[in-house]
Design a protein around this ligand. Structure first.
Ligand code: SF4
Length: 284
């Protein structure tokens, strides 16, 4: 089960995305997948390149549209394990509508956000995850807007699996991705992934000083949604670990009659003679 390929990532040396790539590869191997069992769908941004760096099916989509693509793949072929991945700009700005409705829909797949709190590929502009006061080329006097609390938003939208990690904590991150893959529903995992080139505030040292592991929070119970929300608010969202999981809600697919017996990828394509001739004339 070798999820490595020969493509060398062109991320900046020290970028947090390297560790996320390693964690996905390890988690996929640990849960017993083969490369042909995994589809990795990505959005636009530095993080979006990851679909080219892992030995699995990959599709690099357009900005903010990673989730419609990934859900389509899962609905067409239930046998694939589907991981969608993209940056915080991709998922929480242009793609925010898809993020909220994917959470509500609860299709069985995993969404990993590589959260560097800035737009890195376009050379450093403020993103929805940048803190108020954050100075970049697009906000030279400091951002006026407050940062989006992504995990609180996910809980509010009805997520059945919410987790957060730090790219440097490979052990925790790998374990959370494994749990997300095994969760029967939509799992959202936000990963703090420092952009060493453009984000000089949220650095490795900054995260080490400011993050709290949920396993150190007394009496934390990841099945208690109210406690999860309260803990996020108390720590300004800066926690890592499994924040919330609800196993009782059925996935979207499980509620579709016939889905399990006839996945789209195995259905016979039946075209009426007239339709076939029209398509043949148009495309051949
Ligand atoms: Fe990583 Fe930032 Fe470089 Fe992009 S610009 S590869 S996010 S360090």
């Amino acid at each position: 089960k070798d999820f490595r390929n020969k493509v060398k990532p062109n991320w900046c040396p020290g970028c947090g995305d390297f560790s996320i790539q390693a964690a996905i590869q390890r988690a996929a191997a640990n849960v017993g997948l083969e490369p042909h069992d995994l589809a990795l769908i990505t959005g636009i941004g530095c993080s979006g390149r990851i679909s080219g760096y892992i030995n699995a099916y990959g599709f690099h989509g357009v900005h903010g549209r990673v989730l419609p693509l990934a859900q389509g793949v899962k609905m067409a072929n239930r046998d694939l394990t589907v991981i969608a991945s993209g940056g915080d700009g991709d998922g929480f700005a242009i793609g925010m509508g898809h993020t909220i409705h994917s959470i509500r829909r609860n299709i069985n797949m995993t969404y990993i956000i590589m959260d560097n709190q800035i737009y890195g590929l376009t050379k450093g502009q403020t993103s929805p995850r940048s803190e108020a006061g954050f100075k970049t080329k697009s906000t030279p006097d400091g951002s006026i807007e407050a940062s989006l609390n992504a995990m609180e938003t996910a809980l509010t939208a009805g997520a059945t699996f919410v987790a957060q990690s730090f790219s440097s904590d490979l052990k925790e991150l790998t374990s959370l991705i494994e749990q997300g893959i095994n969760h029967d529903g939509f799992s959202i995992i936000n990963v703090f992934s420092p952009c060493v080139t453009f984000n000089k505030v949220n650095t490795y040292d900054w995260f080490k000083e400011n993050l709290t592991k949920l396993e150190t929070v007394e009496d934390y119970d990841y099945t208690d949604r109210k406690k999860a929300m309260q803990t996020l608010m108390e720590h300004n969202g800066l926690v890592t670990g499994l924040i919330y999981q609800d196993d009782s809600k059925p996935s979207y697919q499980d509620q579709i009659p016939g889905y399990k017996s006839t996945p789209l990828s195995e259905s016979e394509l039946k075209l009426e003679k007239e339709t076939f001739e029209r398509l043949a004339n148009e495309f051949m």
